[in-house]
Design a binder for this molecule. Structure first.
Ligand code: PLP
Length: 412
């Protein structure tokens, strides 16, 4: 699939992921377009009835109907699989569609899942509420306590599922240790790799069986489309997930696939630069008198620092959280809101992975569904702010935050 259609030049083996991100695709059409074509078509014309029959019988490759496959979608799948070091990838309409596909394809009534209790909120609802209705039982455990994962495993355990680093405190879990626990139990390990992206972290190389991505975040990188994907072995992705994706219809649109496919070309460059900006901001915030605590795995003060450095290409990533100093939760909330409302550059938005810096207040947005005690247990206090650091000149973002933080000190 990865050859140049016009000259039939296959890519050589052993290329660096930075090169694969630019060069892995699908063959060019006969027109020789350099930027990949967008195949906005719902079906494909067959040369004759016998070919159509062979394609429907899956005896011959070739596209038939976009719910079963489309070249723009294949291009994104091939490129992402190359970046994750996976045999195969399947694209979905969103990150949550990827997680739903994985769970519905691999789990059945009576099966048991061990999952971090600090996962993305909709993942918790999917497993804890919706799949529970179908008889799938989930035990939620501490993000970072490996012994708790081991202790939660039962004979029915089929899947361990973690997100690292996670939202919003960027707590890190040990992928290799969780893989060992899963495999000892005859279960699979899936990792939500949204925050680190394959530019920093390749969970399959650390022993995970499946990786899920929200393409909506860093893979697109410019906040334009929703997309998702699951990467893993051909046996899991192509044999188990792909037929179900076609049946459920949770497929990625060709246009969105094309956008995310082009986004991957600049992923490594963006994530490295955004991470460097995040580190500079984290260091500055840590020294600010109005800031109580900074949560960023690139700082030596973060409990997951050593593990993150080993697991994430020595890089903390582009997401950080910090708590403003305050006497009580009410003052903390007022001050956090004040810092947000004093910004002029940052976007006030609960998303992440954009090239533009986004600021949010997790306690009243992404984590609002939790009760106050649950939020306290998760470390999401009223004074906590999350930044998804973008590509703006870092001192401009620093000034943007200083406006509100300095005011907190002046009125204290
Ligand atoms: C956003 C996100 C998802 C869900 O992705 P969508 O594309 O919004 O469906 C899953 N996991 C994490 C960690 C996310 O940040």
């Amino acid at each position: 699939m990865n050859e140049d259609f016009l000259s039939q030049r296959p890519l050589p083996e052993g290329l660096h992921p930075d090169t694969l991100a630019l060069r892995v695709s699908v063959p060019r059409s006969g027109y020789g377009e350099h930027s990949e074509a967008v195949y906005l078509t719902s079906c494909f014309v067959q040369p004759d009835a016998a070919t159509a029959a062979r394609r429907y019988a899956r005896e011959q490759p070739g596209y038939t109907y976009t719910r079963s496959g489309n070249p723009s979608v294949t291009a994104f799948e091939n490129r992402l699989a190359a970046l994750e070091g996976a045999e195969a990838a399947i694209a979905t309409s969103s990150g949550m569609a990827a997680i739903t596909l994985l769970a519905v394809a691999l789990l059945k009534s009576g099966d048991h899942v061990v999952c971090s209790r600090a996962m993305f909120g909709s993942t918790i609802s999917l497993l804890g509420e919706h799949l529970a209705r179908f008889g799938v039982n989930t035990t939620f455990v501490s993000q970072t306590d490996v012994q708790a994962w081991r202790a939660a495993v039962r004979p029915q355990t089929r899947l361990l599922f973690a997100e690292t680093p996670n939202n919003p405190l960027a707590d890190v879990c040990d992928i290799a240790a969780l893989a060992a626990i899963a495999h000892e139990a005859g279960a699979l390990l899936a990792i939500d790799n949204c925050f680190a992206t394959p530019a920093l972290q390749r969970p399959l190389a650390l022993g995970a069986d499946l990786v899920v991505q929200s393409g909506t975040k860093f893979l697109d990188g410019q906040g334009r489309v929703m997309a998702g994907a699951v990467c893993g072995s051909r046996a899991l992705v192509d044999e188990q997930l792909r037929p179900l994706s076609k049946t459920l219809g949770m497929v990625l649109s060709p246009f969105n696939a094309w956008v995310v496919h082009k986004g991957l070309e600049t992923l490594a460059l963006r994530v490295r630069a955004q991470s460097a900006h995040a580190l500079a901001l984290a260091q500055w915030l840590q020294a600010h008198a109005a800031v109580q605590r900074v949560h960023y795995p690139g700082l030596a003060s973060h409990p997951g620092h050593a593990l993150a450095m080993a697991q994430q290409s020595g890089c903390g990533g582009a997401i950080l959280a910090f708590a403003v100093r305050a006497a009580d939760p009410a003052q903390a909330r007022r001050r956090a809101f004040h810092v947000i409302d004093s910004t002029r550059v940052c976007s006030i938005a609960t998303n992440l992975g954009d090239v533009r810096t986004l600021i949010s207040h997790p306690a009243s947005t992404s984590h609002a569904r939790l009760s106050e005690p649950e939020r306290d247990a998760a470390g999401v206090g009223q004074g906590l702010l999350r930044l998804s650091v973008g590509l703006e000149h870092a001192p401009d973002i620093q000034q943007d935050l200083a406006r509100g933080l300095d005011h907190c000190l002046a009125v204290a």
